[in-house]
Design a protein around this ligand. Sequence first.
Ligand SMILES: [Zn+2]
Length: 173
Amino acid sequence: MKLHCKIQGCTNKGYITRGMCYKHYRRWLKYGDPLFTKNEMHGMVNTKIYYVWCQMKQRCTNPNHPHYKDYGGRNIKICDRWLNSFENFYVDMGEKPKGLTLERMDNDGEYCKENCRWATRYEQAQNRRSTILSPESIKRIKKMYGLGLTPMEISERTGFNKTTMDNIFYRRK
Ligand SMILES: [Zn+2]
């Protein structure tokens, strides 16, 4: 009786059925292929959503990525559920809608289901700008307000979103 799984690279021991460990035997039973997960991944490699997942990981974990400094370099993390599982990411976010990109609603928060949505680049830019409000910007916004523009009009002209306006006019008096 063989004690090792016949799948190359597998070091699982213990109960062996048809030459396979429990994990690989289960996959073979269920999908007809002991390496199902791997094959499934290859099937997704050329999809947009898989590319999104890869790029997210690259930005956060690869110091050689051109945008690493804005992500991993800022300690932006990926939740455990997504970090090592494309399937989980895919289940949570679904297909990538055309023209939209993955956005973290809290720009300082991590990549996770609760903090992510699909957004247009314009929405993303608005969200990002809301977090880098400088004293000069506040001065400029208050001046526009003084000239009679409504917060909505100022928002449209400056690109800062409505939450930012609320912060300036209703919370920081
Ligand atoms: Zn095995």
